[in-house]
Design a protein around this ligand. Structure first.
Ligand code: HEM
Length: 297
């Protein structure tokens, strides 16, 4: 009985100390070169992604745009089924340049959530949509599951609103989503989901998952609006795309959390409501949202 939580604690501590050593190594070694981030011999090396084929009837997809994109390119099985947790670990590392520690930790967490054995079992992408497992309310790319139970498809109006709010630009003039843009839109989604979804819940752990998932838009995807349009709306990796993480050992949990914490700390629902009242705007009408969801489901 006591051994199970102790085992989990030991596992987390081991991953974090491994992650700390990778974070340190990243400061001591040269960065990967732009154009050579995806390792040679892996899908996407040199920006050449395997053919994109949208999901067919019966294929399994989920609420995660990054995993769906991998299945759409055949990096994960195209039908999205019978995926080994260990296979997902290796493939997300090669594709997105997350550190080995992250790529072990998250699939391991998912296996535990699904009461499966990380080393031996498989899952279908749809299994990840277990509500209030990792999937949660107030997402940026999906309507809440109480309104739209099928979480496999992007909700374009949210994605467009998010990307239209991008206020940054890089030196080449590319439009960039900034931390402030992401916190503002996350705040709006939380307020409006709370007001329109009668079954709304968002525990602290799911707030953190929300900010973690969305922080990949700023880190792995570098906030680049032109890339994110393709990745989030079509769940396709653009030709020539590679992870924006140049760190030789990949994006570690520790480094990633510097962004996640800034995003989560910036979210202020009370201020959003006060500003909205000051501007004379009204809360979203739940009936309108339910009707819109109905036409989509
Ligand atoms: C390691 C295995 C992974 C698992 C088990 C996983 C699972 C999930 C789940 C269940 C969601 C839905 C959360 C929600 O309700 O909003 C999600 C969303 C998301 N994930 Fe993943 N994911 C994984 C890897 C990744 C990677 C590697 C990236 C980026 C490269 C990524 C980027 C995202 C993004 C951008 C969202 C959308 C967030 C939103 O709509 O607010 N995920 N993921």
């Amino acid at each position: 009985m006591v051994l199970e939580p102790l085992g989990k604690l030991f596992n987390t501590a081991a991953v974090l100390s491994w992650d700390a050593s990778l974070t340190l190594t990243n400061t001591l070694r040269w960065n990967r070169k732009v154009g050579q981030v995806t390792p040679a011999g892996c899908p996407g090396a040199g920006g050449k992604w395997p053919e994109f084929i949208p999901p067919k009837e019966g294929d399994s997809r989920c609420s995660c745009p990054a995993l769906n994109a991998m299945a759409n390119h055949g990096i994960l099985p195209r039908d999205g089924k019978n995926i080994k947790f260990t296979e997902m670990n290796q493939k997300i590392r090669e594709t997105y340049n997350f550190a080995a520690s992250f790529c072990y930790f998250v699939p391991n967490y998912a296996a535990t959530m699904l009461k499966k054995d990380y080393a031996n079992d498989t899952f279908d992408l749809v299994d990840l949509d277990l509500h209030n497992g990792i999937e949660h309310d107030a997402s940026l790319c999906r309507q809440d599951s109480a309104l739209v139970p099928d979480q496999s498809k992007p909700h374009a109006p949210f994605i467009r609103e998010l990307l239209d709010s991008a206020s940054g630009k890089d030196n080449d003039g590319n439009r960039l989503l900034t931390i402030e843009d992401l916190t503002k839109y996350s705040t709006k989604r939380r307020v409006e989901a709370r007001e329109t979804n009668p079954d709304f819940t968002l525990a602290k752990v799911h707030k953190t998952f929300g900010s973690s998932n969305s922080s990949t838009l700023l880190t792995i995807f570098g906030g680049r609006v032109d890339d994110l349009e393709t990745i989030l709306l079509e769940e396709r990796l653009p030709d020539g795309w590679e992870s924006r993480i140049l760190a030789p050992m990949g994006l570690t949990v520790i480094t990633f959390n510097l962004t996640v914490l800034r995003v989560e700390r910036g979210i202020d629902e009370e201020k959003f409501i006060a500003d909205r009242e000051a501007a004379g705007a009204t809360p979203k009408d739940p009936a309108e949202t339910a009707a819109a969801a109905e036409t989509l489901s």
